[in-house]
Ligand binder design. Structure first.
Ligand SMILES: [Mn+2]
Length: 391
């Protein structure tokens, strides 16, 4: 049985979010860099025949030369595992690429041409096909017309690109991969890279997978992150292979997004305690959290968001608070027809504007009217505008 570890989009060298303090930012950057060594451990544990790295292994503009040397030693330590790398849009084969400055060990193949190359591994009964990006953008449909040369071998394609669906030429500037081109290639497994959300799927007779980034990179990268462990066995009953692609979670930390309803909360202490009830202590200390504060609070209350984040700095690895709560003005009472004051007329006018915007489907205008209502009432009743949104 053929045993394959397929990873992509490590993005080694990528600086962590500027919102992290210096110490945590450098820790996080290092965690992203060292995911390659954890992937190598998986290769050893699973006695993998092949390690496929489908692009964006590092970031050309940020990766350190020392990291590339570490990567070389990690690959060397894999010995029996053959490594195939197809550079992508963040690590293209430009003139001063780290791919060209490091002497890679014998078990490593970097696909250096933007035309599909092949490596035949007779002992494994495998042919690996792949290409490398040479520029930061790639509009060309590079897979079009490609057909594998060795029908009798297990065919693998390693490529960094964007699966598109029949949107015509120019469908993507990140190497558009058309399902029909992939199907026409005749390969058994397509080791894809570029999309950061993990997923495996079938394209005709082929199994294809995007492993996604093994460590989450942005707040959008929610959920489990990792690599694929792929096995392939000749299916004696039929002409082809039985291929299974199993997701293996690897990430040291997760990105979490939560909503917290703070309706009726009147002290920062209450907000702090509610935040401390999210998840459990270990997930708070481990993960990166983005929490939206929602609900309705007394109009005179505005929580000091940076101060709250500071108070909780030791409880969360990282916490970003997004204030989206609104002031509890009683618009019904304030806008009563009998209220002839400036306040009453202001509320009736703005409520009408908001309703008109809503009824013609203009959400933005409705939002503007709503905020104008809040700020106007703040000014009229409290003598100042309260910026609850922070930052
Ligand atoms: Mn990427």
């Amino acid at each position: 049985m053929l045993r394959i570890v397929h990873a992509a989009d490590i993005h080694a060298g990528r600086p962590a979010s500027k919102e992290l303090d210096r110490e945590k930012a450098s820790l996080r950057r290092r965690e992203i860099e060292t995911s390659l060594s954890r992937i190598a451990e998986l290769c050893r544990r699973e006695k993998a025949d092949l390690l496929l790295l489908s692009g964006d292994l590092f970031e050309h503009s940020h990766a350190r030369a020392t990291w590339a040397r570490e990567a070389r030693e990690i690959f060397r330590s894999l010995g029996e595992t053959r490594v195939f790398i197809s550079p992508g849009n963040h690590d293209p084969l430009v003139r001063d690429s780290l791919y060209k400055t490091v002497e890679w060990p014998e078990n490593v193949t970097v696909f250096e041409s933007d035309r599909i190359g092949e490596v035949v591994l007779e002992d494994l009964g495998v042919a690996v096909y792949g290409l490398g990006w040479r520029t930061y953008l790639e509009h060309r449909r590079l897979l079009k017309g490609f057909r594998r040369a060795h029908e009798e071998l297990f065919g693998i394609l390693v490529i960094h690109g964007d699966m598109v669906s029949g949107a015509g030429e120019g469908a993507s500037q990140y190497l558009p991969i058309y399902p029909e081109d992939l199907e026409g290639s005749g390969v058994d497994y397509a080791a894809l890279g570029h999309i950061h959300v993990p997923g495996s799927f079938r394209v005709g007779a082929a199994v294809a997978a995007y492993p996604g980034c093994p460590e989450p990179l942005d707040f959008g990268d929610k959920g489990d992150r990792g690599v694929y462990f792929v096995t392939a066995e000749k299916d004696e009953g039929r002409a082809g292979y039985r291929v299974s692609a199993e997701f293996v979670s690897m990430a040291l930390r997760q990105m979490r997004s939560e909503d917290l309803d703070i309706t009726g909360f009147d002290t920062p202490e209450r907000v702090r305690n509610a935040l401390l009830s999210l998840g459990d202590p270990s997930s708070r200390k481990r993960d990166l959290w983005a929490v939206r504060l929602t609900g309705v609070v007394e109009p005179e209350i505005a929580f000091d968001i940076p101060e709250l984040e500071r108070l909780l700095r030791d409880d969360f690895f990282f916490l970003r608070l997004i204030p989206e709560y609104s002031p509890g003005y009683d618009l019904q009472a304030l806008g009563d027809e009998k209220n002839t004051s400036l306040e009453g007329r202001f509320v009736r006018h703005l409520v009408k504007l908001r309703e008109e915007a809503t009824s013609r489907g203009d959400e933005r205008a409705a939002r503007v009217a709503d905020l104008a209502l809040q700020y106007g009432l703040d000014a009229l009743r409290q003598g100042k505008v309260i910026l609850r949104r922070g930052r």
